[in-house]
Design a protein around this ligand. Structure first.
Ligand SMILES: [Zn+2]
Length: 145
Protein backbone atom coordinates (compact mmCIF):
# COMPACT_ATOMS: atom_id res chain seq x y z
CA UNK A 1 0.00 0.00 0.00
CA UNK A 2 2.72 2.43 1.05
CA UNK A 3 4.94 1.36 -1.82
CA UNK A 4 2.14 1.93 -4.27
CA UNK A 5 1.74 5.42 -2.86
CA UNK A 6 5.46 6.15 -3.26
CA UNK A 7 5.34 4.95 -6.87
CA UNK A 8 2.37 7.22 -7.45
CA UNK A 9 4.27 10.20 -6.02
CA UNK A 10 7.24 9.47 -8.21
CA UNK A 11 5.06 9.29 -11.31
CA UNK A 12 3.55 12.66 -10.46
CA UNK A 13 6.98 14.20 -9.98
CA UNK A 14 8.21 12.70 -13.23
CA UNK A 15 5.28 14.27 -15.00
CA UNK A 16 6.03 17.66 -13.45
CA UNK A 17 9.67 17.36 -14.47
CA UNK A 18 8.85 17.96 -18.08
CA UNK A 19 7.09 21.20 -17.27
CA UNK A 20 9.32 22.94 -14.76
CA UNK A 21 12.83 22.81 -13.38
CA UNK A 22 12.13 19.24 -12.28
CA UNK A 23 14.39 16.99 -10.33
CA UNK A 24 17.60 18.90 -9.81
CA UNK A 25 20.44 17.67 -7.63
CA UNK A 26 18.92 19.19 -4.51
CA UNK A 27 15.61 17.43 -5.08
CA UNK A 28 17.47 14.18 -5.66
CA UNK A 29 18.99 14.57 -2.21
CA UNK A 30 15.66 15.53 -0.60
CA UNK A 31 13.99 12.51 -2.21
CA UNK A 32 16.80 10.23 -1.09
CA UNK A 33 16.62 11.44 2.52
CA UNK A 34 12.82 11.17 2.46
CA UNK A 35 13.05 7.66 1.04
CA UNK A 36 15.57 6.62 3.69
CA UNK A 37 13.22 7.85 6.43
CA UNK A 38 10.34 5.88 4.90
CA UNK A 39 12.52 2.76 4.76
CA UNK A 40 13.55 3.37 8.38
CA UNK A 41 9.88 3.71 9.26
CA UNK A 42 9.07 0.38 7.59
CA UNK A 43 11.81 -1.37 9.53
CA UNK A 44 11.32 0.22 12.93
CA UNK A 45 7.58 0.82 12.67
CA UNK A 46 8.33 4.24 14.10
CA UNK A 47 5.77 6.82 13.06
CA UNK A 48 8.22 9.70 13.56
CA UNK A 49 10.37 8.39 10.72
CA UNK A 50 7.33 8.11 8.50
CA UNK A 51 6.39 11.69 9.35
CA UNK A 52 9.91 12.91 8.58
CA UNK A 53 9.93 10.96 5.34
CA UNK A 54 6.60 12.47 4.35
CA UNK A 55 7.90 15.94 5.21
CA UNK A 56 10.86 15.50 2.86
CA UNK A 57 8.65 14.15 0.09
CA UNK A 58 6.32 17.12 0.50
CA UNK A 59 9.31 19.49 0.40
CA UNK A 60 10.49 17.86 -2.81
CA UNK A 61 6.96 18.11 -4.17
CA UNK A 62 6.76 21.82 -3.38
CA UNK A 63 10.07 22.45 -5.14
CA UNK A 64 9.11 20.46 -8.21
CA UNK A 65 5.73 22.15 -8.58
CA UNK A 66 6.99 25.58 -7.64
CA UNK A 67 6.39 28.26 -10.24
CA UNK A 68 9.32 30.27 -8.92
CA UNK A 69 11.89 28.49 -11.08
CA UNK A 70 14.57 31.15 -10.55
CA UNK A 71 14.44 30.83 -6.79
CA UNK A 72 14.53 27.02 -6.99
CA UNK A 73 17.51 27.25 -9.33
CA UNK A 74 19.31 29.56 -6.90
CA UNK A 75 18.68 27.06 -4.11
CA UNK A 76 20.12 24.30 -6.23
CA UNK A 77 23.12 26.44 -7.23
CA UNK A 78 23.74 27.18 -3.56
CA UNK A 79 23.57 23.47 -2.76
CA UNK A 80 25.84 22.56 -5.68
CA UNK A 81 28.39 25.20 -4.67
CA UNK A 82 28.80 23.62 -1.25
CA UNK A 83 27.83 20.04 -1.90
CA UNK A 84 28.73 19.78 -5.58
CA UNK A 85 32.30 18.89 -4.76
CA UNK A 86 31.14 16.06 -2.51
CA UNK A 87 28.82 14.78 -5.24
CA UNK A 88 31.66 14.91 -7.75
CA UNK A 89 34.12 13.24 -5.41
CA UNK A 90 31.60 10.48 -4.77
CA UNK A 91 31.16 10.00 -8.51
CA UNK A 92 34.90 9.92 -9.03
CA UNK A 93 35.30 7.42 -6.21
CA UNK A 94 32.59 5.22 -7.72
CA UNK A 95 34.36 5.25 -11.06
CA UNK A 96 37.68 4.47 -9.40
CA UNK A 97 36.15 1.52 -7.59
CA UNK A 98 34.64 0.27 -10.80
CA UNK A 99 38.01 0.40 -12.49
CA UNK A 100 39.51 -1.43 -9.51
CA UNK A 101 42.27 -0.31 -7.19
CA UNK A 102 44.90 -0.78 -9.86
CA UNK A 103 43.59 2.23 -11.73
CA UNK A 104 43.84 4.52 -8.71
CA UNK A 105 47.55 3.95 -8.71
CA UNK A 106 47.55 3.98 -12.48
CA UNK A 107 50.29 6.24 -13.65
CA UNK A 108 49.15 6.21 -17.25
CA UNK A 109 45.86 8.04 -16.83
CA UNK A 110 44.56 11.24 -15.28
CA UNK A 111 40.93 11.81 -14.37
CA UNK A 112 39.02 15.03 -14.95
CA UNK A 113 35.46 16.08 -14.27
CA UNK A 114 33.55 17.93 -16.99
CA UNK A 115 32.55 21.42 -15.81
CA UNK A 116 29.26 21.24 -17.69
CA UNK A 117 27.75 17.82 -17.05
CA UNK A 118 30.09 16.45 -14.34
CA UNK A 119 31.00 13.41 -16.38
CA UNK A 120 34.29 11.81 -15.34
CA UNK A 121 36.77 11.68 -18.21
CA UNK A 122 39.91 9.56 -18.34
CA UNK A 123 42.86 11.00 -20.24
CA UNK A 124 46.26 9.41 -20.97
CA UNK A 125 49.00 11.00 -18.89
CA UNK A 126 52.12 12.79 -20.04
CA UNK A 127 50.75 14.62 -23.05
CA UNK A 128 51.20 18.06 -21.49
CA UNK A 129 48.39 20.41 -22.50
CA UNK A 130 45.52 18.58 -24.15
CA UNK A 131 42.18 19.62 -25.52
CA UNK A 132 39.64 17.41 -23.81
CA UNK A 133 36.24 16.92 -25.34
CA UNK A 134 33.56 15.57 -23.04
CA UNK A 135 32.01 12.50 -24.71
CA UNK A 136 28.67 13.22 -23.08
CA UNK A 137 28.02 16.92 -23.76
CA UNK A 138 30.82 17.82 -26.21
CA UNK A 139 32.08 20.58 -23.91
CA UNK A 140 35.78 21.15 -24.58
CA UNK A 141 38.40 22.32 -22.13
CA UNK A 142 42.17 22.43 -21.93
CA UNK A 143 43.97 20.59 -19.15
CA UNK A 144 47.53 19.69 -18.37
CA UNK A 145 48.09 15.96 -17.95
ZN1 LIG B 1 30.30 17.17 -20.27
Amino acid sequence: MLQKYITMLREDIKEAMGRRCGLDELNNLIMLVGFLYVVAALFTKNKIFLLLGAAFVVLCYLRVFSKNVDKRKRENDFYMRYMGKVVLEARLLKLMTRMKCKSILDKEYVYFVCDECHQVIRVPKGKNKVNIRCPKCNHTFVKRT
